[in-house]
Design a protein around this ligand. Structure first.
Ligand SMILES: [Zn+2]
Length: 260
């Protein structure tokens, strides 16, 4: 390209995305003279889902601005907490984020996830149809225009991913109210109703149950409860929301795998 030469500076939070030689300071970029600023930023490897304000020569301008010769562009990161207007806050996670999905559900956050990969076009279409924020570490998926909204997940460790998402979007927490297996709502269930689904040992030791209204799975205070409680208490202490359920309340430590 031999169009206008501009300089681009990225906020520290965004420096992981561009090529190494473009991460520090104001790096020169030659544009084609017709591409928008959004396109230029994206072509440097930075997902627009991660971009907050764009300052051109100190003035905030939209992604549709076409940069001209000598422009000094400063790319800021999204504000935290980030507001996603227009719909209740809910998420859609890609196939690699199953452990994060279970943690979000444990906290009562609406987190759709399928272990069978439906493919990027189907995920993007679902994000749009259900107005869900697409969470992914795949920059190609986050570039899809159909997305309702999207966010890059910065860590590859589930506990850090959880803190990232909770800190970024500040969802309302309602621990122990959602099925960690399917994302459905949990409702209180009496022992006689759930008896056919339980093993003898569980029936002898447990009296308080909850059941998923969607998939029918039964939950009780099980062997994993202490670890799940710690995840909930840590999240509530740092990010607010409702108190964890008190002693004796049904919890999502059931017969299926808890967050791992
Ligand atoms: Zn369920």
């Amino acid at each position: 390209m031999n169009g206008p030469r501009i300089h681009v500076t990225f906020a520290p939070e965004l420096r992981r995305f561009p090529a190494p030689e473009r991460r520090e300071g104001a790096t020169p970029v030659v544009t084609d003279g017709s591409s928008t600023l959004g396109h230029v930023v994206e072509s440097l490897g930075v997902p627009l889902t991660e971009v907050g304000r764009l300052l051109v020569n100190g003035r905030p301008l939209p992604v549709s601005y076409v940069p001209g010769p000598g422009d000094m562009v400063e790319v800021r990161a999204v504000d935290r907490p980030q507001r996603v207007p227009g719909a209740p806050l809910r998420f859609l996670l890609d196939v690699h984020l199953g452990r994060l999905a279970r943690r979000l559900r444990l906290l009562g956050v609406d987190a759709a996830y399928q272990s069978a990969d439906p493919g990027d076009p189907a995920l993007a279409a679902r994000s749009a149809a259900e107005r869900r924020v697409m969470l992914s570490r795949d920059r190609g998926l986050l570039r899809r225009r159909e997305l309702w909204a999207g966010a890059y997940v910065y860590s590859d460790r589930p506990d850090e991913q959880l803190r990232d998402v909770l800190g970024r979007f500040a969802p309302r927490l309602a621990p122990w109210t959602r099925c960690t297996a399917c994302n459905g709502p949990l409702v209180a269930a009496d022992k006689e109703t759930v008896r056919p689904r339980l093993e003898q040992g569980t029936l002898l030791t447990q009296d308080v149950f909850a059941q998923c209204a969607d998939c029918g799975r039964v939950y009780w205070r099980g062997a994993h409860h202490a670890r799940l409680t710690r995840i909930v208490e840590d999240a509530v202490a740092e990010f607010g929301g409702a108190s964890p359920a008190g002693e004796g309340a049904p919890s999502s430590a059931g017969r299926h795998a808890p967050p791992s």
